[in-house]
Every structure is written in structure tokens, then in C-alpha cells.
Design a protein around this ligand. Sequence first.
Ligand code: ADP
Length: 461
Amino acid sequence: MEKLKVLFASSEVVPFAKTGGLADVAGSLPIALEELGVDTRIIMPKYGSVKARGNSTTIGKDVKVYFVENDDYFNRKELYGDKYGDYADNLDRFVFFCKQALERCIKENFKPDIIHCNDWQAALIPVYLNTTYKYDPIFAGTKTLFTVHNLAYQGLFPKEEFPKTGLDWVLFHIHYFEFYGKVNLMKAGMVYSDAISTVSPTYAKEILTKEFGCGLEGVLAERKAALYGILNGIDYSVWNPATDKKLFKNYSADTIDDKYENKEALQKELGLKVDRSIPMIGMISRLADQKGMDLVAKIIGDLLNMKVQFVVLGTGDQKYHVLLEKMAKAHPNNTSMNLKFDAVLAQKIYAASDLFLLPSKYEPCGLSQMISFKYGTIPVARKTGGLKDSVHEFDLKTNVGNGFTFDDHRADQFFTAIKKALTAYQNKDVWRALVKKVMALDFSWESSARDYLALYTKIRG
Ligand code: ADP
């Protein structure tokens, strides 16, 4: 049987360029699909950060990565904007990217069964396939899947820029591109794709509501029959305490005591009291309202009055930088505020912490809870999006569950969940069994890749 052919279109791909979770997905899912026998190729812009020479390279065993080259558009330091804001020519740049993705298929004589388009930057591909390229024989059998990684970023542009798409003004219409007087690329991508997916089953349901729909809940409701949620995985060749070279000492479920050597070493490195019995609470996050930093702000005073150590790593909104710095001054003995981006320190914190806070307002999937599990660190998470799909309340009596959760975006509920976790932590045997259990959970890409493959097959009919 001929292999299924998939073109994976993404504006960022690890290890070439990354600003968020999309890049992690784009760098791992195609490789997992390759393992399942899919002929997967990736297309992305060739930014200044891409070190590979020429207009293609490979990752995994033989996943081709095609680069779209245009130095004027892409040979810049950042992906979408700089300190002055979004680049003014972003619509030109991603119109070019989407058209070139299709032109490249023609050039390579690659007839994709599926073009898997990700986020607003690739949203014009389904539109062009149904308009400009509608009768091109290369795409006679091509279907599209559009995946939303974060609905809050939609690719909005002023109406006056619509001609840059090269499309007929008829399409600047409420059923296609028009969104409160603006051009909305994500909306058009959703309308024109054969199916839509997002990165967790719960987020797929939430985005149908006004609270989470970012104004697109109506469009999504119309496409409900073709809307799916597939949980992301993580790459265990990167995230594994048994092999992670950044740790003070490697460990596995059989050598949990070595986890606590990491804890002591990090306490020392960060200037905290070296004592493995004190619960260490970690948080690694963009410092943004989305991540529930407003709830952290409300409970942090009470939290730091308890016998805990609180280690934060993150950057983001200035107001949270100010708050955390203030807290660090008021509680120098049991806080370590690291207000920067630091991938190495992140790995050490995942390994050293006992608890990990994830009080998100909304969370399409979330990777940190999965990483925490692998490192034997127990999440305290709000039941939303991918967190709801992966973190389940632990029951001290039955030992069912893998973390501590709360329902509403409320500080009192958040604090209660933390206190429950700290109570469980006091019971050494229970805690040890819990740590061992979560380290064995499997959030690898393999099962998610199978779900995508099943969805591709379904879309093809
Ligand atoms: P989002 O993409 O919404 O920020 P995710 O949970 O999907 O959230 O992914 C965040 C990833 O970025 C995690 O792997 C987390 O460890 C990492 N991360 C976030 N902030 C920092 C930081 N300041 N330093 C290092 N890693 C960070």
C-alpha cells in the first residue's frame, strides 16, 4: 500500500525556531508519524535563526523539512515582531509562506493526502486550496486539517490590507474573513479546512463557549461536527530524569532518593536552606494572566508564611515582575524568584520540586504538568483544557489520582488544593508511592500520533 502523504505547515519548528508550544509539537509529531509509516514533510519559513544550509534538511530518520526562503521577509532575528510590536508586514510574510507551501508541493511533485495547517500563520493554505489552486491536479486528492494551538492569536489585520491576500473582495464577508471589520486569518482557515482540531479534548469543548471562544465560538459551533481534540505529547528523549544531562544527578522511579539530591543541590545553588524535608513548590511559566498569576498574587503572602520553599522561573508582565520581586524581599529565606528564561534552570526545578503550580485561567494543552510527572513532581492544577485531561485529583484513602486540582478560577480553591497537597506530602509512604506512580505515566507522542493518523484517515473518507 502506498504511504499516506502529509505536509505539516508550521511557522515554527524545534530545533529551528521556537516561541511557544507549537514549535515543540511541530518538531515531534511529524517524527512520531514517520514511525507509524506516514510520509511526513514539514514546511516552515527560513528565519535568521535557521542554521541549516540550502532550502531543505531532514529531522528524525528521514522527515524532510522544506524551508521557504525570502530574506526580506524571514531573515530577521525574531519570528513575528520586535520590541515595537508585530512586524508591519506580517500579512505579506504569511501570505507568501502559504502560497509557497503549495508551490513547493508542485515543484517537488509531492501530492499530499493531507496538509496539516497550524495556527493563523498557515491558515491561508486551506483558503488557497479552495480558490486559487482549486483545479491544480497536484491537489486533486488533498484534504486539510487546521489545528488551533492557542485561540487567542488569530492573525488579525486591518480591512485595507485584504488585497494583499490576492483574493476576491467577496471573501471579505462575515462567513469567511470578516471579523468585526477586520481580516481574521484563523477564522477563514477554520471555515475552509476539512476538519479542525485543537490540542486537548477539553479545550475542544471549551472553545465552543463564550468564555473560551475568543469571539470565534459561533464559527466553531457551525463546524462542531468536524472539531476534534487530541492531547499533545512530550518528547521523552528530551524530558527524562534518567538521562537529562542538566541535572545534578540522574534518577528514575527506582532511585527516587536521588531526586532529593537534586533538591538539596538546587537549594544550595539558589541560596535556600538545605533541607530535603521542606516541601519545595516550583512554578515555571510565562508571567501572564492566562497562567493564573493573578491567583498566585492573591495567595502568595499566606503561602510564604507556611513552612515551604517557593521557586519561580518566568518572565512576562511587568506587574508580576514587580510583585514577585517584592515577595522575594519580604520572604528571603523561603523564596527564589528567577525572572528570566533559562532552559537549564527549568530542568533543575522540575527535578528538585515536590509540587508544581499550574493555576491557569485557560490552558489549550500545557506541557509542564507532563514534564512534572516524568520528574516525579506533583502538579497542583486548575481543571481546565489539557490540565483537566491529564491531572486527576489524588485521593489519600484510595491512592487513585495523580495530582491536586481545583475547579474555578478562585484563589480560595487554589489555596485549598495546595494545602491538600502539603498534607499528603507529610505522609512519606503515600507520597513516595505517588511520586513513583506519576513517573511511570505515559504522555509520549506515540498515542497522540495514532490519534492524528486516525483523524487523517477519517478526513480522507
Ligand atoms: P505556553 O506555550 O502557553 O507558554 P506550555 O505549557 O505549552 O505553555 O509550554 C511552556 C514551556 O515553556 C514549558 O516547557 C516550560 O517549562 C517552558 N518555560 C516557560 N517559561 C520558561 C522560562 N522562563 N524558562 C525556561 N523555560 C520556560
